[in-house]
Ligand binder design. Structure first.
Ligand code: ADP
Ligand code: ADP
Length: 229
């Protein structure tokens, strides 16, 4: 489940300035489609329309053929997991941060999710700079470790659809590769929409869509796009 379709989508934050100008594409269930393109092209806007932070003004966005406007926010959020560029953590343990929003999750489930994200060994630690209740200094988390917390949250949630919005963009190259392999595991068998600004980071996508100024400029596999130049 979880096939996504954008059908001739038009969107503008300001009516004078169209951002998406008739964008159509599909992400078949279980596949990965990457949207790449320069900053300001409208890539993140696409993820916001899927998550329904905003509504399309013309055209439609559907999940399994159903218009997202006909789905409740609650059920939309239950089927979509999002790993954003920067993950904001609460002043509490890593385990608390992973479990956030899913109070029913057991300690074992939290630990299993943390293990997949490779932060299982320090889930009782605190995020960067935070003080424990007894005044003990918290563990400093790097950008990569924070992304691992976001990945563990998503694993615990287990949604059929995943949005990775510049999830590795803020990381150095080595960390980016490490986080990318964790993301590859999590996106396997999920319908995944990847937002990225560089073609080199989305080599494994089933299809890559190049967005320029709100329009699809090119599309194809990584190999095909490289051959075209
Ligand atoms: P990208 O992800 O490709 O960098 P975005 O989808 O974030 O692009 O933004 C596309 C354009 O829409 C940009 O020019 C940006 O300044 C503008 N924009 C983004 N969010 C808003 C907003 N909330 N209100 C007004 N303009 C916005
Ligand atoms: P849940 O995981 O319980 O469904 P939410 O639906 O509130 O939680 O958020 C899902 C993901 O979307 C979270 O990882 C969160 O960081 C991200 N998110 C929530 N609100 C926003 C927002 N306004 N802008 C960008 N990302 C957001």
């Amino acid at each position: 489940p979880g096939a996504i379709a954008f059908n001739n989508v038009h969107f503008a934050y300001d009516p004078e300035r169209p951002i998406l100008k008739g964008v159509s594409f599909e992400v078949p269930a279980g596949k990965t489609v990457a949207i790449v393109g320069p900053s300001g092209a409208g890539k993140s806007t696409i993820s916001r329309l899927l998550y329904r932070f905003y509504d399309v003004q013309q055209g439609s966005v559907t999940i399994d053929g159903q218009d997202v406007r006909e789905v409740t926010q609650q059920s939309l959020r239950s089927v979509i997991g999002m790993v954003p560029q920067d993950t904001v953590l609460f002043n509490d343990t890593i385990a608390y941060n992973i479990r956030y929003g899913r109070p029913a999750a057991s300690a074992e489930e939290v630990k299993a999710a943390a293990d997949i994200a490779q932060i299982g060994t320090f889930i009782t630690h605190l995020p960067e700079g935070f003080e424990t209740k007894v005044g003990e200094r918290g563990l400093k988390l790097s950008g990569g470790e924070k992304q691992r917390v976001a990945i563990a949250r998503t694993v615990l949630k287990g949604p059929p659809i995943l949005i990775l919005d510049e999830a590795t963009s803020a990381l150095d190259t080595t960390t980016e590769h490490e986080i990318q392999s964790a993301l590859d595991i999590v996106s396997k068998n999920r319908t995944t929409l990847v937002i990225a600004h560089r073609l080199s980071t989305v080599i494994n996508a089933d299809e890559i869509i190049v967005l320029r100024a709100g329009e699809i400029a090119e599309r194809g596999t990584h190999t095909a796009l490289i051959e075209q130049g």
